[in-house]
Design a binder for this molecule. Structure first.
Ligand code: FAD
Length: 623
C-alpha cells in the first residue's frame, strides 16, 4: 500500500522528451507547449495530450539537438510532473500514473531531497539556523586560538583576494556566516573597467591592472559567459550557484537552458548587484588594490601587504592584518605566483593546453550544423540557437627519437563563442594572447573557438623550462613570439586554415576578423615547436570529417591561445581547503588549479567559503 501511495505522490521526472522544431515555439520559450504535451502524453501513454493540464508540469531543462544522426532536429526537454496537481485537474490520469515505471534516464520518481529549494544565501541561512538549534556552549569552544564562534567572540577577519567568480562566491558565503570579510581586487569595478577595456579596444592602451583578465568579476566578465560545466549541470551545488546568479539579475532561463549562457551585457549589471549585496552584508571591497605579499608569522599567514595597483613603485604599500586569506587570484596573476614561490608556498606544475583561435563566418557554422534549418537562426533572434560546435581528437605522435613509441596527444576545441568576437587577454604589452567573448544575443557575424593541444612537463622540458613555474614560462614564450610576429601594438598574427595546412603565408586580402586591434598575415608554423604544430594540423584535418566545411578559405587562425587553464596548482587539503604548506592560506578557484570556467570556479569558491567558515566554527555541518 505504501508503495502504491508513494507512486501517486510527489514528483516524477520525465527526461529525453523530443519535440521537432516545427512543433516547438523555439529556443526562447520555456513553457509547456502543445508539442511538449504530445511528447509527455507519449511517455505516460495518455491518449489525449490536449487534456493534460499545463499546470502539472514544469520544464527543468531544454536543449537543442541537431546532430546529423537524427532524422530531424529537435528540442529535448526534461520535465517534472507534479502528481497531486495532475490528479486534481485531470483525475483520468490516475491509471496512467499508477502504471508509470521508473526507467533509468527516462522516467524517475524523485525523492524530496533531489530538488534544491533556493540560492546560496538561503542555503547558508538554513545552515545557520540548524547550528542555532544546537545547544550552545557559552564559554567558548576549547583551546583552538582560531575558533571564533559562539560565546560572543569577535568575528574572524578574512581577506578574499580576487573578485572573480571564486572570490565573489567565497566572500558571499563567509559574509552570510557573519565573518568580517574584505574583498581585495587589483582591477577596477565594472563601470571603470568598462572604460579601460574601451580604451584598449579603441585606442590600444592596455591598463595592466584593469583589462580582460583583471577587475570586478575576474576573467569571466568580458567573456562569453557560458555557464556550462562538466561538474554536473543538475547537481545541487551548480543549481545553488545558478540560482544565486538569478537572484542578482541573470535571466531565469539559465536554470533550464541545456547550454546556459549570459554574455557580457548581462554579466555587467549582475556583478553590480552582486557587489551591492556584498556591501550590504558588511563586506569591505577594495578595488584597485593589489596584494603584493603575505604577512607570515610562526608559519601562519597573518595578513597581506597591499598597494594601490596603479602605483608601480608600491610607495602606497600597507600591511593589513587578517585571521585567514582566501587566495582567488585566477591564473593570469603571474606576479602573485612568483610571490608565493618566494614565500615557499608549495606550487606544482600542471598540464594545460595551448594553440590557436579559429574564426569562421557564423553563417558557415550554422549551415554546417543545421543544413536546412540554418535560416532559422536569424542572428540570435530566431527559433533555434546560434550554432556552436565541440570537437575532440587524439593525435598519435612519436614519444621521442630513441623509443619511437607513439603517444597520444588530445586536440580539441575550447571556449567556442558563437556570434562572438576575438579579444585581447594580455596583461602585459610585450605579450600577446587572445580569447573569445560575446553578448547575450550572440549576433555577431563570426564564430570563434580555440583549437588547442594538451601540453605537459615533457613539452616544457624541451624548452629547458623546469620547476613549479615552468608552465607559465612556456605560456610567456609563445605570447612573446606572437607579439613579435604580429609586429607590435597588439596586432594579432593570422593565417587562413587552408594555408596553415599547406604551411604557406596567406596572401591578402584576408578574410575579415572580429578582432578589433588589427591582424597581420604570418606563418603560424613558426610559432610553436614542430610537434605541436603537427598535432594541430592533423586534428584540423580530422575535425573536417566531423564538420564538413570547417576547412575553408574563409576560416582564419589567430595566434596565440595560451591561457586555457592554470599551468600551476597550489596544493591544499581536500577537507579544510587550507594550503598544505602554509597555514591560514586558502587557495581557491582556477588560479589554484581547482576549477576551469565560471561555474566551477564559483562552486569552488562556495565550498572554500564553507570550509573556512567551518575552521572558524561559524558552521559545523557538511554541505
Ligand atoms: P579569475 O576570474 O581570473 O579572477 C581572479 C581575480 O583576481 C581577477 O579579477 C584579478 O584581477 C584578481 N587578482 C589577481 N591577482 C591579484 C592580486 N595579487 N591582488 C588582488 N587581486 C588579484 N569560462 C566559462 O565558464 N565560460 C566562458 O564563456 C568563458 N569565457 C571566457 C572568456 C574570456 C575572454 C576569458 C579570459 C575567460 C573566459 N572563461 C570562461 C574562463 C573564466 O573566466 C575563468 O575560468 C574564471 O573567471 C575563473 O575564475 P576565478 O575566480 O578562479 O579567477
Amino acid at each position: 500500500v505504501a508503495k502504491v501511495k508513494n507512486k501517486l505522490e510527489g514528483v516524477w521526472r520525465l527526461s529525453k522528451l523530443g519535440v521537432p522544431v516545427g512543433d516547438d515555439p523555439g529556443k526562447d520559450s520555456l513553457g509547456i507547449s502543445p508539442g511538449l504535451l504530445q511528447a509527455i502524453a507519449k511517455v505516460i501513454e495518455f491518449p489525449v495530450a490536449s487534456m493534460l493540464p499545463e499546470e502539472a508540469f514544469s520544464v527543468i531543462r531544454k536543449s537543442f539537438d541537431a546532430r546529423k544522426i537524427l532524422k530531424e532536429a529537435k528540442f529535448v526537454y526534461t520535465v517534472d510532473l507534479d502528481v497531486k496537481t495532475l490528479l486534481e485537474l485531470e483525475p483520468r490520469a490516475h491509471d496512467f500514473i499508477f502504471r508509470l515505471e521508473p526507467k533509468i534516464g527516462l522516467v524517475e520518481h524523485l525523492s524530496p531531497d533531489k530538488t534544491v529549494s533556493g540560492d546560496l544565501i538561503s542555503v547558508v541561512n538554513d545552515c545557520k539556523r540548524s547550528k542555532e538549534d544546537e545547544p550552545q556552549i557559552i564559554n567558548g569552544s576549547g583551546g583552538d586560538p582560531h575558533k571564533h564562534g559562539g560565546g560572543g567572540r569577535s568575528k574572524p577577519k578574512i581577506a578574499v583576494v580576487g573578485g572573480g567568480p571564486s572570490g565573489l562566491f567565497a566572500a558571499l558565503v563567509l559574509a552570510e556566516f557573519g565573518a568580517d570579510v574584505t574583498l581585495i581586487e587589483r582591477g577596477e569595478a565594472v563601470e571603470e573597467r568598462g572604460r579601460d577595456i574601451g580604451a584598449l579596444v579603441v585606442r590600444k592602451i592596455l591598463d595592466m591592472e584593469s583589462n580582460f583578465c583583471f577587475g570586478e568579476g575576474g576573467a569571466g566578465t568580458w567573456s562569453d559567459g557560458k555557464l556550462v560545466t562538466r561538474i554536473g549541470k543538475n547537481s545541487a551545488t551548480v543549481l545553488a550557484v545558478l540560482k544565486t546568479l538569478v537572484r542578482f539579475g541573470a535571466p531565469d532561463n539559465i536554470l533550464v537552458n541545456g547550454k546556459p549562457h549570459l554574455g557580457t551585457d548581462k554579466l555587467v549589471p549582475l556583478l553590480r548587484n552582486f557587489r551591492h549585496y556584498l556591501q550590504s552584508a558588511g563586506v569591505t571591497i577594495k578595488f584597485g588594490t593589489r596584494v603584493d605579499d603575505l604577512l607570515v608569522q610562526d608559519s601562519r599567514v597573518v595578513g597581506v601587504k597591499v598597494s594601490d595597483s596603479t602605483d608601480k613603485l608600491q610607495s602606497s604599500s600597507q600591511d593589513l592584518k587578517f585571521d585567514a586569506v582566501v587566495l582567488a587570484v585566477g591564473h593570469s596573476a603571474r606576479d602573485t605566483y612568483e610571490m608565493l614561490l618566494s614565500r615557499n608556498v608549495e606550487l606544482t606544475p600542471k598540464d594545460f593546453a595551448v594553440g590557436l583561435r579559429v574564426e569562421h563566418p557564423q553563417e558557415l557554422i550554422n549551415s554546417i550544423q543545421y543544413s536546412d534549418l540554418a535560416g532559422e537562426v536569424l542572428k540570435g533572434r530566431g527559433k533555434v540557437p546560434v550554432a556552436d560546435y565541440k570537437v575532440v581528437q587524439y593525435v598519435n605522435e612519436k614519444e621521442d627519437d630513441l623509443s619511437q613509441s607513439p603517444s597520444k596527444r588530445s586536440c580539441y576545441s575550447f571556449c567556442m563563442c558563437p556570434g562572438g568576437q576575438v579579444v585581447l587577454t594580455s596583461t602585459n604589452p610585450n605579450e600577446l594572447c587572445i580569447n573569445g567573448m560575446s553578448f547575450s544575443r550572440r549576433s555577431s557575424k563570426w564564430a570563434n573557438a580555440a583549437l588547442v593541444v594538451t601540453v605537459s612537463a615533457k613539452d616544457f622540458d624541451l624548452l629547458n623550462l623546469r620547476g613549479p613555474l615552468a608552465g607559465i614560462e612556456f605560456q610567456r614564450e609563445f605570447e612573446r613570439r606572437a607579439a613579435i610576429m604580429g609586429g607590435g601594438n597588439f596586432t594579432v598574427p593570422v593565417q587562413r586554415v587552408t594555408d596553415f595546412l599547406q604551411n604557406k603565408l596567406s596572401v591578402t586580402p584576408l578574410p575579415t576578423s572580429s578582432y578589433r586591434l588589427g591582424v597581420k598575415s604570418a606563418n603560424l608554423h613558426e610559432l610553436f615547436p614542430a610537434h605541436i604544430t603537427e598535432s594541430l594540423r592533423q586534428s584540423i584535418s580530422m575535425f573536417e570529417k566531423e564538420l564538413p566545411g570547417f576547412i575553408s578559405e574563409e576560416a582564419l587562425l589567430h595566434g596565440v591561445e595560451t591561457r586555457t587553464s592554470s599551468p600551476v596548482r597550489i596544493p591544499r587539503s581536500n577537507e579544510t581547503y587550507e594550503s598544505t604548506s602554509l597555514k591560514g592560506l586558502y587557495p581557491v578557484g582556477e588560479g589554484a588549479g581547482y576549477a576551469g570556467g565560471i561555474v566551477s570556479a564559483a562552486v569552488d569558491g562556495m565550498f572554500s567559503g564553507f570550509a573556512v567558515a567551518k575552521s572558524f566554527d561559524l558552521f559545523d555541518g557538511t554541505v
